[in-house]
Design a protein around this ligand. Structure first.
Ligand SMILES: Cc1cc2nc3c(=O)[nH]c(=O)nc-3n(C[C@H](O)[C@H](O)[C@H](O)COP(=O)(O)OP(=O)(O)OC[C@H]3O[C@@H](n4cnc5c(N)ncnc54)[C@H](O)[C@@H]3O)c2cc1C
Length: 405
């Protein structure tokens, strides 16, 4: 694993880029830049050995085809096997107890899959393996960043263990409560959805046929995401069950009651279900930074924007940030230009802000629209879904957007 690299770094070393945060976005970006010959230090406050375990993060993630292609470009998919992920070929959308009102088929837009469902720990494992294979990337863990100093041609980064490093560019990938963002004095728009999502894995009697289910309910969206069968051939899917806080969702006391509630929501085509991982509760909220950049510093992924998981797009937006910043950095590096120049950073901001705002607004509106209790809203929603189902160009547009193409 990453042990060798974590320990063997020179203090006061200079890098091209220092990434704050070794979550899924920070590690992916480090792997991408490192693979292209950029020297990178990634600083993560937790211990990677712990982060790679199932108990640290039991979630699965829907990676769109667009994000998968970024992972390919960064040389990360090489460390993922077919058994680690499951393609999404159909998406069934319904409301409450209605039948499917809108369905997407990947072959309608000439792709094999809209994306893949992968366990976060498998993606993390692949990222550690990729980083381990790169001499240009150092991962420093179990220490956190406490301060920065901006100088004319570099930034100094200070850690809780008293070490100091410098880089031409610092990238904050330190999540929703980003220390980097706060240090840059960047404000945010944020609110709580007053919803939490239970995330777990279930085994089911019948195969899922590579189908993702999105069921909009007044208390919050309910999603089923296809997973590879386990080693005993049991069919599996991941579940993200969001509910409004007025439903008094508790951390689980009785798995039997949870399982019975889940069985009632799962389409009968799945047959009998069994909950096979401990359900974990995540509070849901929105956050969007007023700026993504400052002098020699940029924010990516959740440090810049965190959205409702209703459409499984949070990290996918992060991959689009990475792709945009990666291209700018690599092009400047090849031409011998300054990779921390303010012109480069403002181009990054311009390229990403609109797309991030559109997706944030879309997921926010979708959640509010489907949570609205009035009957007339219900009729409009159903009519809207049926209309998209019958208007082919609109349907194709949405299918392409969902797959990140
Ligand atoms: C229920 C749920 C389901 C979701 N499903 C999907 C999905 O299907 N598809 C999708 O695209 N997205 C999904 N998301 C969103 C996705 O999980 C996030 O976008 C993603 O995990 C963010 O990764 P990140 O690396 O940017 O941030 P984080 O995972 O928050 O990582 C930040 C890292 O920075 C470290 N750190 C923080 N401060 C410091 C410091 N000062 N010094 C050093 N290190 C520091 C932290 O320890 C952490 O490891 C979902 C989210 C939820 C809640």
């Amino acid at each position: 694993m990453t042990r060798k690299k974590i320990k063997s770094y020179p203090t006061d070393a200079a890098y091209d880029v220092i990434i704050i945060g070794g979550g899924l976005s920070g590690l992916s970006f480090a792997a991408g830049l490192g693979g292209a010959g950029i020297s990178v230090l990634c600083i993560e406050r937790e211990d990677p050995a712990h982060m790679a375990t199932q108990s640290y993060d039991d979630r699965t993630i829907a990676i769109s085809l667009g994000s998968y292609r970024v992972l390919e470009q960064f040389g990360i998919t090489h460390f993922l096997s077919d058994n680690d992920m499951c393609p999404i070929r159909h998406i069934d959308i319904s409301e409450g107890s209605s039948p499917v009102l809108l369905n997407f088929l990947s072959h309608d837009i000439d792709i094999d899959a809209f994306g893949y469902i992968i366990e976060n720990r498998f993606l993390r494992r692949a990222l550690y393996q990729k980083i381990e294979s790169l001499d240009s990337v150092h991962l420093l863990s179990s220490t956190h960043v406490v301060d920065f100093e901006i100088l004319s041609d570099h930034v100094q980064v200070k850690t809780s263990s008293g070490a100091c490093f410098s880089a031409k560019l610092v990238v904050g990938a330190d999540g929703r409560s980003s220390f980097t963002r706060e240090w840059m004095n960047i404000g945010v728009r944020e609110w709580s959805y007053r919803q939490s999502a239970h995330v777990c894995m279930m085994a089911h009697e019948h195969p899922h046929h590579f189908t993702a289910v999105e069921n909009f309910r007044p208390e919050g969206p309910f999603a089923i995401l296809p997973m590879p069968d386990d080693e005993n051939g049991r069919h599996r899917s991941a579940v993200v069950w969001s509910r409004h806080h007025r439903k008094k969702i508790k951390n689980l006391e009785n798995i039997g009651i949870f399982e019975a509630g889940l069985q009632a929501l799962v389409p009968t085509s799945y047959g009998r279900i069994e909950v096979i991982s401990k359900p974990v509760l995540y509070p849901l909220g929105f956050v969007h930074a007023h700026r993504y950049t400052g002098t020699r510093m940029a924010l990516i992924a959740d440090a810049a924007h965190g959205i409702h998981p209703i459409a499984g797009q949070g990290l996918n937006l992060g991959f689009r940030d990475m792709s945009a910043l990666y291209q700018l950095i690599i092009s400047a590096h090849k031409q011998g230009r300054d990779i921390g120049a303010s012109a480069l950073l403002s181009t990054y901001e311009q390229k990403r802000r609109f797309d991030n705002m559109m997706m944030s607004a879309a997921t926010d509106t979708l959640n509010k629209l489907f949570a609205h209790p009035s009957k007339s809203f219900g009729l409009i929603r159903k009519a809207g879904l049926k209309m998209i189902q019958s208007v082919k160009p609109a349907k194709r547009f949405l299918m392409k957007y969902a797959s990140g193409l």
